[in-house]
Write a protein that binds this ligand. Sequence first.
Ligand SMILES: Nc1nc2c(c(=O)[nH]1)N(C=O)[C@@H](CNc1ccc(C(=O)N[C@@H](CCC(=O)O)C(=O)O)cc1)CN2
Ligand SMILES: Nc1ncnc2c1ncn2[C@@H]1O[C@H](COP(=O)(O)OP(=O)(O)OP(=O)(O)O)[C@@H](O)[C@H]1O
Length: 229
Amino acid sequence: MSDSDKTPSGFSSSPCFAHELQAGQNGYEVVDAQTAIDVARWRKAQRQHLINLRLEVPARERQKAADCMAEKLDTILADSQNCIVSVYWPFRGEPNLRDWMARAIGKGVRIALPVVEIKSHPLVFREWTPEARMEPGIWNIPVPVDGPPLIPTHVISPLVGFDKESYRLGYGGGYFDRTLAQLQGKGVKPIVIGVGHSLARIATIFPQPYDIPMNVIVTESDIVWAVNQ
Ligand SMILES: Nc1nc2c(c(=O)[nH]1)N(C=O)[C@@H](CNc1ccc(C(=O)N[C@@H](CCC(=O)O)C(=O)O)cc1)CN2
Ligand SMILES: Nc1ncnc2c1ncn2[C@@H]1O[C@H](COP(=O)(O)OP(=O)(O)OP(=O)(O)O)[C@@H](O)[C@H]1O
């Protein structure tokens, strides 16, 4: 099946929503209500499909792919002393970068993990080390409990899906977009690195006004920098 074959049919709106923009209250423009419902429904189905595809890959093969991604991260973060890199604690078949996190600390990088402190609010980042005290957070994902919030210089974001315009499909909470928008409001622009399997590539995520594109996407086979960097 070609990418264009995967384009859903039956939408009330075309992929270009620019003509439907209205002033919103969240600091970004909003599209009309029906478009928002259509996009949310389509994304939900895509998430389910892409997570299932990834979980069908045998665990050993997934770890091999994650190791390839880790090597590529080393290239991107070659000059990363003094950097604070937000990673993630893997779940539901996300690339497991935990060994890479420990190695990066050995090279002078500070590693942080995202924490949902308040539902539907921006994420907070707390430092992780192999000794960090962890507690189950949202969806039982372990999060560090001690230390002050950190502001990352780099945000490594796990991809459920991604498209050729470097937009990310996540789990539907809007957490990364909300967080990046908040940081940008403070004049902070971390480098956003998406990591995911190449099977997560789709033609478009039907980007919405609140979606913030990533700077670079790392898969097991490629490093793809966004255009207009
Ligand atoms: N490993 C890992 N940790 C992570 C993330 C991640 O993507 N991976 N996150 C990255 O953001 C944050 C958690 N993300 C979340 C995203 C959505 C929902 C959530 O409640 N989703 C709704 C479905 C919404 C919908 O489909 O419309 C739900 O499950 O009911 C919870 C947490 C922080 N930690
Ligand atoms: N900057 C923002 N401010 C307020 N709400 C936002 C913002 N960005 C996204 N959202 C909300 O989050 C919802 C889910 O967004 P989206 O479908 O992009 O999630 P996602 O990127 O897949 O999830 P996640 O980042 O948690 O993995 C959107 O419907 C939107 O209402």
